[in-house]
Design a protein around this ligand. Structure first.
Ligand code: DAT
Length: 175
């Protein structure tokens, strides 16, 4: 099957933890009727991991199992994939890769409120400072489909969701 046989687009929403991926993806799914796939939740629910990483305090995701699990529905199209990593998904899956970004003091407060502290907090703040996810996205997908969007405020979320909703409505399958 060719990469563009899907009838609805697939969007990847990525960025450092806390930038607003889940909030944005969930609102976008409501406004477009696309399916929101939170990879972290999927990994937990379907045991697509190789145990728990004590150092990083998270599951050790099994990337092959995740890709196998998603292959059919990604081919079908109409998915919003939400994850803080982006280099292991097949490039052909996505029509848009949105990289959310947040100003550091704002992100620090969001992650502290989530209970992050010590190395987990500082690693994620550094990840945002060095634009790790933006570089990863640019290295993994064609540059013209990678869109950085600022996500500091509630107004930013509304604007981003509105803009992406318009994009989905105007998307045309390849003929
Ligand atoms: P992520 O999925 O990237 O980890 P999230 O959607 O769970 O992030 O958001 C983390 C917290 O920050 C949550 O309490 C909602 C809040 N938040 C996210 N983006 C925001 C924004 N642009 N303005 C205000 N609050 C935001």
């Amino acid at each position: 099957m060719s990469q563009n046989s899907r009838k609805k687009p697939n969007i990847l929403v990525t960025g450092t933890p806390g930038v607003g991926k889940t909030t944005t993806s969930s609102l976008l799914a409501d406004s477009t009727q696309l399916r929101h796939i939170n990879i972290g939740e999927l990994v937990k629910q379907k045991n697509l991991h190789d145990g728990w990483d004590d150092e990083f305090d998270c599951h050790i995701i099994n990337e092959d199992l995740v890709c196998d699990e998603l292959e059919d529905i990604m081919e079908e199209g109409g998915n919003i994939v939400d994850y803080h990593g982006c280099d292991f998904f097949p490039e052909r899956w996505f029509d848009r890769v949105v990289v959310l970004q947040t100003n550091n003091p704002v992100l620090y407060d969001r992650l502290s409120n989530r209970g992050y502290q010590g190395a987990k907090l500082s690693n994620n703040i550094e990840c945002e400072i060095f634009q790790v996810l933006l570089e990863e996205a640019k290295g993994s997908y064609p540059e013209d489909i990678v869109i950085p969007l600022q996500s500091d405020s509630v107004e930013d979320i509304s604007r981003n969701v509105g803009m992406l909703t318009d994009w989905v409505r105007n998307w045309q399958p390849a003929s």
